[in-house]
Ligand binder design. Structure first.
Ligand SMILES: Cc1cc2nc3c(=O)[nH]c(=O)nc-3n(C[C@H](O)[C@H](O)[C@H](O)COP(=O)(O)OP(=O)(O)OC[C@H]3O[C@@H](n4cnc5c(N)ncnc54)[C@H](O)[C@@H]3O)c2cc1C
Length: 408
């Protein structure tokens, strides 16, 4: 019998494991242990509405304080688990607390990659991963005039959009030759460059920050590798995250840029499941390849599977991935994984900032990026879930509804 389940990491994934365990009828004890001081909250608004001052801490909370007591979930905040002894069924926390368990769920998430250049630790250089970071950034924003964003990924661009909308002089510096290169096709990258430029943001590609200059201990400028110097009283760094695997690795679990799990969210040890940003999982369409998905959808859906696996139930993670990003009034929604596509078609009008890019492999639809075209996104998401496709040559005609084009 399993009486005690320990969940390490109290955020989107950890909370979902706890919730799903109760939904599946588990009546034993659940300890949800997290090292942040806040109860689980949503991260996505940190670079969007919250940073823009349009959301409060209360609205970020994933559950009310009563929820935890009502569902018998013992939430321990401000507690970092430092060691797991799987054979003894014991975890040790930072201040020496001992936590017994029969099984474990690891939902330790990810941590930001740090900028490693001279001046990177100056005041005015900020990251964006947790509420503390967001509060810090929001406090510095009003007085800032020139903002340099390091990294042209989703978080960097979202922060840039908020800063620009607040009237700041904003420059995004991206090392790659295009924006959001890991996630979208070149035409979508180009669209975002132009859309940000139209709004007055400077986008510098193929360039890196080589060092930061200070006056009185505060950042004043960013010096790029091509010799350019940009005035900067605020530097926002968004250069990606790494999975937090230290605990898993020390416990002897297989780790490969993330905690390696199978489609049941099981790690290399049958007593341990893992879910969310800390994991790498088999790519659904590319056997043998491990991918890391950094999204709310993945955290939630994989955690549901992890909970079922803990209870010995058969569950397989095969949900269609989805994601979103809000940059100014551009609402991007992504369905599916475009990785490995061989053809892209555009439906709608990039000039009018309302279009979808549909991705194909071997003539079958595999993913779509929709900008301000939510209905397209919905149809594609459902099509992928049902194993349907949409002929590429017909999809570009916006006079015909996408739904009417679905084919088995
Ligand atoms: C600014 C921002 C914007 C985002 N926007 C979007 C978006 O628009 N759409 C989207 O789908 N996703 C977005 N994401 C990503 C999404 O928030 C993550 O995918 C999601 O939070 C992953 O949840 P998780 O629980 O796996 O990991 P995390 O949220 O990283 O949580 C892991 C938790 O575990 C804790 N922890 C780690 N190790 C230990 C330990 N040893 N002991 C105790 N606690 C520990 C950490 O402190 C943390 O609280 C965004 C993320 C950020 C930061």
């Amino acid at each position: 019998v399993i009486d005690r389940i320990l969940i390490v990491g109290a955020s989107q994934a950890g909370l979902q494991v706890a919730v799903s365990l109760r939904e599946l009828g588990f009546t034993g004890s659940i300890a949800l242990v997290g090292d942040e001081t806040h109860a689980p909250y949503q991260r996505p608004p940190l670079s969007k509405a919250y940073l823009a001052g349009k959301a409060t801490v209360e609205t970020l909370s994933l559950r009310t304080p009563e929820f935890y007591t009502e569902h018998g979930i013992e939430l321990l905040t401000g507690t970092r688990v430092t060691a797991l002894d799987l054979d003894a069924g014991k975890a040790t926390a930072e201040r020496g607390e001992q936590l017994g368990f029969d099984q474990v769920a690891l939902t330790t998430g990810a941590q930001v990659r740090r900028l490693k250049v001279p001046g990177a630790d100056l005041a005015g250089v900020v990251y964006l991963r947790d509420l503390t970071d967001a509060d810090h950034l929001a406090a510095l924003m009003p007085a800032a005039r020139s903002v340099v964003v390091v990294g042209g990924g989703f978080i960097g661009l979202e922060a840039a959009a908020v800063a620009r909308a607040a009237g700041k002089d904003v420059t995004v510096v991206e090392t790659a030759p295009r924006l959001i290169a890991r996630a979208v096709a070149p035409l979508v990258s180009d669209f975002y460059r132009e859309a940000h430029e139209r709004r007055g943001t400077r986008i510098l590609l193929d360039r890196s920050v080589a060092s930061l200059t200070a006056a009185d201990g505060r950042v004043t400028a960013a010096n790029l590798d091509d010799g350019t110097t940009l005035a900067a009283d605020l530097v926002v760094v968004g250069i990606g995250v790494d999975a937090r695997t230290e605990l898993a690795a020390a416990a002897g679990l297989t780790v490969d840029r993330g905690v390696v799990v199978d489609p049941h969210a099981r790690t290399s040890d049958p007593r341990v499941v893992a879910a969310g940003d800390c994991t790498v999982l088999p790519h659904p369409a590319a056997p043998g390849q491990l991918i890391r998905l950094e999204s709310v959808q993945n955290a939630v859906d994989q955690s549901r599977v992890a909970a079922a696996t803990l209870l010995g139930q058969q569950a397989v993670y095969d949900a269609v991935p989805w994601f979103w990003s809000d940059q100014d009034d551009l609402k991007l929604q992504i369905a599916g994984l475009s990785m490995g596509y061989d053809h892209v078609v555009v439906r709608g009008d990039t000039e009018k900032e309302r279009f979808s890019a549909l991705y194909y492999r071997d003539r079958r639809l595999i993913a779509a990026d929709s900008v301000n075209r939510a209905p397209d996104y919905m149809v594609v998401r459902r099509a992928l879930a049902a194993g349907h496709t949409i002929p590429a040559e017909l999809a570009t005609n916006t006079d015909v509804s996408l739904k009417s084009l679905l084919r088995p």
